[in-house]
Design a binder for this molecule. Structure first.
Ligand code: ADP
Ligand code: ZN
Ligand code: ZN
Length: 734
């Protein structure tokens, strides 16, 4: 047998390939295992990469072959199982190996830190520290500030938070420690269980779901748990976790970006009697690494995390749960464009453990998998306890008088619910004051200079802002074209709706929840608290408010306009709209008070909307699936999108033309090529964008074409003039 001599290494380069190296001097190749990180020379730089395999031969010419500088992991930190997942993802998503293997590691490890960087430290005051007035340290202002800071934290000040505030804090802390004012201790990222919550006895449907999944532990099986908001899905997860944990195994619970609230984590901690960690973008690099490592070593048994948590190494995997599996945040939209939900299924299969996808509004993909029995379909048809499901009614606004976008009918209902002591939520998925500013005289419209888009007027901040590239400008006082002074504010965003509602209902305190009102840290929590306490009666929200929150006194939800979803440019627009309506409806009537949902539309007889209102999400989904089948769209077809962008309008098209010719020359069976065509918003942030869509009835046929085609794209001469990317199973076609 030939002996392996070369390391194949995935490096964070933008190229669709790996690189071969010789082992570092003095290290024999047997000591280097796949998954280990190595530091290697790359051009004139040094880079950190991941060994993907040890090879007996290399195509690299001997003169070019260089030795790695250094082996960073004597024992790889990620096991064969994750390497499999990464290889699978490289093949399936046609991502660069570097971008995929990099995703396996938290940032600090990518930068070359050792695993000991996962240790967290916390500082406490000594008695002397408690007694010292920081002002007496005035000659060392940094130490004074730091001491004051620790004095404000009776439970101790965490390294993580301190690092966020100031860079040079560590030296100052050491000085304080030397003076005997503070003392450091090492802490774990693990959250201990909290005093227990009462465990409700499961209802019949819950019991069936719990039993089905618990019986499947120890083998692969995918489940789709469909249950309206408040039907007790989380309760089902908790029960299943009990069985998983009783077997000594670990569990990963993936949640959407805005679904990971302190309340959710607390609920798990009250019910699950094992150490738990969380992972999300709000943690700093050290905290993330610490959580990652706690799952790797088995110190923590449950991980609740967002998208990237699907890549956390596990000592003893027991189950993967994906809550709100339809949520778009599970799909990464840049670089390595993966679906965490789909990878959870792949990983569960590889690990021979179950995967449980839960949602009140499952994706059409998952429903199709349930219908074809690839996934087992579990349903919770009713709300838990006594809560009644809200009724959805359509309000025909054709030819109606509208006040601030609201029909008289909607306004009367708002009044009625407020009078009955209920809370009212108006859902408007558009922030700012007005989406357009127009000259009445000549028709001029305020446009972004860098995008094919209008600027949104933000009245309170006195700014015009582009919601696509973030560009800002002052509010023009007169038309730049004709000089006319009266510019008209067209349409309405949440800021304007708030103004209108304050005039009509002066007695009802308003909470507006959108990205503008929640920018400051803690402001979202404050608003939610004011809503839950009943202090605010009228709520205005964008999709930020559609998910995950529980408002027991909310009795009426008004959807300002459903029409964008019916005729949206994207084939998923209707699905998104229906999910949003049902999710936001789910906020209403959760306690003993029945909820009501009113949806304003100009198309009250649109078949999809009628199905949704009269028969619920499943009926909508059946109708939408029929439309997709007829149109040959996912889940009845597989898509991939080749996107390209450049500062010139021609370059992306030229690249895509060549790419298309390459594909045509391969004479791909069963794959349709559509385009190149300009992107729906052709110019964005000063760059022109175009795309080529690939569509196949059979996933395997699409994959076969991509495997040959994508690696050739980077050697096209036109490729050098554009930024391009491949998106397999694109979430949207923009
Ligand atoms: P979902 O995750 O589907 O929104 P939850 O699990 O959060 O639903 O349940 C909604 C509410 O009903 C929670 O307050 C929960 O404690 C309660 N609940 C869940 N299951 C039961 C049950 N079997 N009996 C009584 N209350 C329940
Ligand atoms: Zn004008
Ligand atoms: Zn812009």
């Amino acid at each position: 047998m030939l002996r392996a001599r070369y390391l194949r290494v995935a490096l964070p380069s933008p190229l669709y390939r790996t690189f071969d190296y010789l082992p570092p001097a003095g290290v024999s190749i047997e000591q280097i295992l796949p998954g280990a990180r190595v530091r290697v020379p790359f051009g004139r730089q040094s880079m950190i990469g991941v060994v993907t395999e040890n090879r007996t031969h290399t195509d690299a010419p001997a003169a070019k072959l260089r030795a790695a500088y250094e082996l960073l992991d004597a024992e790889p930190l990620v096991g064969e199982e994750l390497l499999y997942l990464a290889r699978w993802a490289v093949d399936y998503y046609r991502a660069t190996p570097g971008s995929v293997f990099e995703t396996l590691f938290p940032v600090r490890l990518r930068r070359g830190d050792g695993i000991d960087a996962a240790a967290l430290e916390r500082w406490h005051l000594t008695d002397a520290g408690k007694a010292t007035d920081p002002d007496t340290l005035s000659r060392a202002p940094r130490q004074a500030r730091l001491l004051a800071r620790v004095q404000k934290n009776p439970d101790g000040a965490d390294e993580a938070r301190l690092a966020e505030d100031s860079n040079g804090w560590r030296a100052a802390m050491q000085a304080l420690e030397k003076k005997g004012l503070v003392i450091g201790e090492s802490v774990t990222p693990v959250l201990p269980p909290l005093p227990g919550d009462a465990t409700p006895a499961p209802g019949a449907a819950q019991a069936e779901a719990i039993k089905a999944v618990s019986n499947a532990l120890g083998g692969f099986q995918a489940f789709l748990l469909e249950g309206v908001t408040g039907s007790g899905k989380t309760e089902v997860y908790l029960r299943i976790l009990e069985s998983v944990l009783a077997n000594g195994a670990q569990a990963v619970v993936l949640v959407p970006e805005i679904g990971l609230t302190p309340q959710l984590v607390e609920r798990f901690r009250r019910r699950i009697d094992v150490p738990l960690v969380v992972s999300h973008s709000g943690l700093n690099d050290t905290e993330r690494l610490a959580a990652w490592n706690a799952m790797r070593t088995g110190e923590a048994r449950v991980l609740i995390g967002t998208r990237s948590a699907v890549f956390v190494p596990l000592k003893d995997p027991g189950i993967f749960i994906v809550d709100e599996e339809h949520d778009a945040s599970f799909k990464q939209q840049e670089g390595f464009r993966y679906s965490a939900r789909d990878l959870a299924v792949v990983r569960a299969q590889r690990n021979s453990v179950p995967v449980l996808l839960g949602s009140a509004t499952p994706s059409l993909e998952s429903l199709a998998n349930a219908h074809s029995r690839r996934y087992r379909h579990l349903q919770l048809p009713e709300r838990a306890g006594n809560a009644a499901a809200p009724r959805i009614s359509l309000l025909d606004i054709r030819g109606q008088r509208l006040t601030g976008g609201m029909s008289d009918m909607l306004l009367q209902n708002v009044r009625r619910h407020l009078d009955a002591d209920g809370q009212v939520l108006l859902f408007l998925n558009r922030r700012g004051y007005a989406p357009r500013l127009e000259c009445r005289e000549c028709g001029w419209l305020a446009q972004c200079r860098r995008c094919d888009a209008y600027l949104t007027l933000h009245q309170r901040r006195a700014k015009m802002q582009c919601h696509h590239c973030g560009a800002e400008a002052g509010i023009p006082v007169a038309c730049p074209d004709c000089g006319h002074a009266a510019l008209e504010r067209m349409g309405r965003g949440t800021e304007r709706l708030e103004e209108t509602l304050a005039e009509i209902f002066p007695d009802a305190p308003i909470a507006r929840v959108d990205r503008d009102t929640t920018r400051r840290k803690g402001s979202l929590d404050d608003l939610l608290q004011a809503i839950r306490s009943g202090e605010r009666r009228l709520l205005i929200g964008t999709q930020m408010l559609a998910k995950g929150h529980d408002f027991p006194n909310l009795t009426l939800v008004g959807v300002m306009n459903a029409d964008a979803g019916l005729f949206g440019l994207d084939f998923r627009a209707a699905e998104r709209m229906a999910q949003l309506i049902v999710q936001v409806a789910g906020r209403a009537g959760r306690a003993e008070r029945p909820g009501e949902v009113l949806v304003q539309t100009h198309h009250p007889e649109h078949p999809l909307l009628v199905q949704l209102a009269q028969h619920g999400f499943d009926a909508f989904a059946d109708a939408a699936l029929r439309e997709r089948r007829e149109a040959g769209l996912p889940p009845y077809a597989s898509l991939a999108l080749l996107r390209a962008e450049a500062a010139s309008i021609e370059a992306p098209r030229a690249f895509l033309e060549s790419a298309r010719n390459l594909a045509d020359a391969q004479n791909p069976r069963g794959v349709m090529l559509l385009g190149p065509a300009p992107a729906p918003m052709e110019r964005r942030a000063g760059r022109y964008r175009a795309q080529l869509l690939l569509k196949a009835g059979e996933r395997a046929e699409l994959q076969r074409l991509l495997a040959d085609w994508v690696p050739q794209l980077e050697s096209l001469p036109e490729a050098r003039k554009v930024r391009w990317s491949v998106d397999v199973d694109p979430a949207d076609l923009f």
